[in-house]
Each structure stands twice: as C-alpha cells, then as structure tokens.
Ligand binder design. Structure first.
Ligand code: TYM
Length: 340
C-alpha cells in the first residue's frame, strides 16, 4: 500500500471553462464553433460550462423569454451529451462570485482597453439607444468567469479571441502586482469552423440575434433547415472551390459540411468539383439535419423532465460556487480586504 506521507498528491486535470449566452436559440455556428468541442473535451478535462445569463442583459431581454431560453439552453447542453455528473453545468447568475470578481477586476482594467473591443463597437452600433456600462465592461465580467475557476483552456469560436486576450492581460497584470493568483488561460479553437458565417451575408458571422434566415438554429425543423440552406447566398461563377475571400458563401457551406461530416476539405472539394451548388446545398442540408435530429429528440426529453433540470442547475451552482469562492477569497485577501 502507498505510504500516504510519501505518495504524490494526485495532480489536478487541466480545467476548462466556457459559456454561452441565453440570448436566443443557439445556432449551428455556436455548435460547430464551441459546443461540439465542449462535448469532445469533456472526457479528458475537468469542465465547467456556464449559461452566461448575466452577460445577456447587456442587451434588453424580455423576462419570460430570458427564463425560457435559459432553461432551453440547459436542456440543450444535456442534449449534446454533456453529463452533469462529469461536467459542472450552471447558470452564471447562481454563482454570485462572478459579479463580485468582475467589480474587483474592473479596477484593474483600463477604459482604453475596453474601448478597443470590436464587439463593443459592433454592439453599440446595433443598440445605439442602449449603450450601457455593462456592454462596455462585458469583457471584464467574462475575464472573471474564466479566472474564478483557474481555467487552463477556454473552448470558444474566433469571435471571442479579443475577449480572451484581454482576460490574459488582466490576469497577468493582477499576478504581476499580487503574485500568482490567477491561472493565465489559453483559447481553444476548432480546426475548422471557428467562424461560421451568416447564410445571407457570408462576410459576417452567423449570429443568433440576426434575422431568422441568416442562421440555422439548433432547434430548426428539417424543413426550415432545407429552406434556409436552399436560399443561402453563393455567387454566380457556379464552381465549387474553397476560398473564403473570393467565394465566402460557397466556402462557408463547404466549411459547415466538412465540420459536420469530418471529411477533409480537399476531399470534399475534389468530390464535388464539376457539380452544382444545388448538390452542395443538398449535402449540407443532409449533414445539418442528421446532426441536429438526435440532439433535438434528447432536448425534448430533457426539457420535459423539470425535476432533473432543476437538480442539475442546483448541483451545478453548488459545485461551481465552491471553486469560485476559493479564488475570490484569495484575490480579496491579496488586495487587502479584511477576511470576514
Ligand atoms: P456567445 O453566446 O455569443 O457564443 C457562444 C459560443 O459560440 C461561439 N460562436 C461561434 N463560433 C463559430 N461561428 C460562429 N458564427 C459563432 N457564433 C458564436 C462563440 O465564439 C462562443 O464560444 N462572451 C461569450 C459567452 C461567455 C464566455 C464566458 C465564453 C461569457 N463568459 C467565459 C467563454 C468563457 C458569448 O457571448 O458567447
């Protein structure tokens, strides 16, 4: 038997944290860019996946809809195969340490850094009547989300790169003043599909807050998927080639196809060369429908099981809070607050 005094302490597995806003039904972009990796990583890492409800109120939300979308999102996380025993699934607003650490970190972040954030610029242009302070300091809340859990890896799509960089900067700055308080995290991006584009405007990312025909929602029925992909913008030269600059629409469809089927891009392009866009679209539709069908079935099952959903979020909050509290207390002590 090992001598407990000499046996090495078991090493903690690398930790993962990521989140998604309940500001609509997730799209195929959310799935390919982030959620699918969450499932793939969940066997080898200690994972926390969070429904970022605090983040979602930077844009006005209707209360009943926010509640519904939040519950749906939890059911969807279960439906993509995230086991709530192995992973910590929780609502951000249930863990009060997020808002508290965000305040602390706000005092270690500069206005200039926040003003450079492209998402702030985009969102304030889109919601010119509601450019609130939360929208401005959104990346600080997000930095806190990650740092609270000492996450090593953050699986996200490409649009979050800038937020992750600022998180690393804030952590490094804080550690520089107080010693090693926070783990400085790395982003983790899918090889293909880190930036899925809008079906109607393939120069912009697919977003759940755009018009309905710009995105495939993870809960779209097969008919809706077929219709939206049939209408997806391509180009007039009729050739199936991968070149996101000159052929953004066709390249986006090829990316969706290969990301979902696992086929190598060269193979798909070679196989489809000489064929028409109609055939490409039919294949993309088939890949999307067959990916989404089993998820949608499980989603309905989980959504109907209210007791299980509630137990999942309750336990998730408890487990997340324990980890979060350790980091928050440590940071507060370092800053010089008197422990209670
Ligand atoms: P959100 O809700 O906008 O998106 C959730 C995840 O989906 C990815 N994503 C995409 N990937 C590829 N192509 C697309 N078109 C596409 N659209 C979205 C996003 O990159 C993201 O990974 N700020 C985050 C939520 C958040 C968070 C966090 C993430 C809050 N705290 C801490 C990681 C760690 C957001 O708004 O994601």
């Amino acid at each position: 038997m090992d001598n407990p005094n000499t046996a090495a302490a078991p090493e903690r597995r690398a930790r993962i944290l990521s989140g998604i806003q309940p500001s609509g039904t997730p799209t195929l972009g959310n799935y390919i860019g982030a959620m699918r990796n969450w499932k793939l990583l969940s066997d080898d890492f200690d994972c926390l996946y969070m429904i970022a409800d605090l983040h979602s109120i930077t844009v006005r939300q209707e209360p009943a809809k926010l509640r519904e979308q939040s519950k749906n999102l939890l059911a969807l996380l279960l439906a993509i195969g995230l086991d709530p025993q192995k992973n910590i699934l929780f609502f951000q607003s249930h863990v009060h340490q997020h808002a508290e650490l965000a305040w602390l970190l706000n005092c270690y972040t500069y206005m200039g850094e926040m003003s450079r954030m492209t998402q702030f610029k985009d969102k304030s242009a889109k919601h010119a009547d509601n450019i609130n302070c939360g929208l401005f300091t959104y990346p600080v809340l997000m930095a806190g989300d990650i740092l609270l859990y000492q996450a090593n890896l953050v699986p996200v799509g490409k649009d979050q790169t800038q937020h992750l960089e600022i998180c690393r900067d804030i952590a490094t700055r804080f550690n520089g003043i107080y010693g090693n308080v926070f783990t400085v995290p790395e982003g983790y991006y899918p090889k293909l599909g880190a930036n899925i584009m809008s079906l109607q405007d393939p120069l912009h990312k697919m977003s759940k807050s755009d018009a309905d025909d710009c995105f495939i929602s993870m809960l779209d029925e097969p008919d809706a998927v077929r219709r939206k992909i049939r209408r997806a913008v391509t180009d007039s030269d009729g050739e199936i080639r991968y070149n996101p600059e000159t052929k953004p629409g066709v390249s986006n469809l090829l990316t969706i196809l290969c990301a979902l089927t696992g086929e190598a891009m060269e193979d798909a392009v070679a196989r489809l060369s000489g064929k028409g866009y109609g055939e490409l679209k039919a294949e993309v539709t088939e890949a999307a429908v067959s990916t989404l069908a089993p998820i949608q079935q499980d989603f309905k099952r989980y959504l109907a099981d209210k007791a299980f959903l509630e137990e999942t979020w309750r336990q998730g909050a408890e487990r997340a809070s324990r980890i979060a509290e350790r980091t928050l207390s440590k940071a507060m002590k370092k800053i010089g607050f008197i422990p209670r």
